[in-house]
Design a protein around this ligand. Structure first.
Ligand code: PMP
Length: 286
């Protein structure tokens, strides 16, 4: 049985408890992070903890742990649960005041709730899925306007994945005024004439930790990166496409709305970037 972390305690998963009055449960008033684990080490922990601090700050939510303590909890769970490849999920909510109320509770009397657990994913970095690539459909982006804050309001992304599944695809790309914002749980990219094109950072998208690393590695490898919006029509005529996220790293996209991209195979630039990302990230893992 897994050991999980809840508000200062390491417990077997079936003994972990959170109040029914928790604002994460009642109002999706919480933020989260997912950090991948390769070779028993955390990938880009510093990036994830910085983004967590920013998400908390944007929502005026108290941070219940120091970043050093957070690293220690991540490491403990990876060790206790013997995770070689997988991920650590972290969630912090505005806690459990006695009653349901739209007004934020006083943080002095209502401490934040913090929960962490691991998910083992043997073969996460293997290249079988990556060589095949994924198929995406496009759907309207009807999420709220602060997508740069990593909140646990994931109902629409979850619905998007279900729409994709129903259409025989793997995931959905979200469009706003014809332009792609991002994937349901990843950032979106196209490649045209060797240039990597991805939407610029704003409140419209999540500032992916993997995105930041991949763009840095791409530039170091002398690849040209253009941060601008692109339409779904432009994407369909691209040479390649791919997504990035902490749990998929760099994953080629081979089909959009039923139309194969190029020769319908995983793109060489995406596969090369995946290799570079995995190599470099493993070197810097903690
Ligand atoms: N966009 C959205 C909407 C996401 O949910 C995620 C992953 N949580 C990402 C992008 C990718 O972010 P990261 O690379 O930090 O995992």
């Amino acid at each position: 049985m897994r050991t999980v972390y809840v508000n200062g305690e390491y417990l077997p998963e079936d003994q972990a408890r959170v109040s029914i009055f928790d604002r994460g449960f009642l109002m999706a008033d919480g933020v989260y992070e997912v950090t991948s684990v390769l070779g028993g080490k955390l990938i880009d922990f510093a990036g994830h903890s910085r983004r967590l601090a920013r998400s908390l700050g944007e929502l005026d939510m108290a941070n219940p742990v120091t970043m050093d303590a957070l690293l220690e909890i991540h490491r403990q769970l990876v060790t206790l649960n013997e995770i070689d490849e997988g991920l650590v999920y972290l969630q912090i909510t505005r806690g459990a005041p006695g009653d349901r109320d739209f007004v934020f509770p006083d943080p002095a009397s209502t401490p934040s709730t913090i929960v962490l657990f691991t998910q083992a994913k043997p073969g996460l970095a293997g290249d079988t899925a990556a060589k095949k690539g994924i198929k995406v459909i496009s759907i309207e982006d009807i999420r709220w306007g602060r997508r740069d804050i990593k909140t646990v309001q994931l109902l629409y992304p979850s619905m998007g994945k279900m729409m994709a599944k129903k259409a025989g695809a793997d995931d959905a790309w979200l469009t706003e005024d014809g332009f792609i914002t991002e994937g349901t749980s990843n950032n979106a990219y196209i490649v045209k004439d060797g240039k990597i094109i991805t939407r610029a950072l704003s409140t419209d998208i999540l500032h992916g930790i993997t995105r930041a690393a991949v763009l840095r590695f791409a530039k170091e490898a002398q690849m040209e990166v253009i941060e601008r919006s692109f339409t779904i029509d432009e994407a369909k005529t691209a040479d390649e496409a791919f997504i990035t996220s902490a749990s998929s790293f760099v994953m080629p996209v081979v089909e959009i709305d039923g139309m194969p991209l190029g020769d319908g195979k995983a793109g060489p630039l995406a596969l090369r970037l995946r290799e570079i990302y995995l190599d470099e990230s493993r070197k810097m893992a903690v």
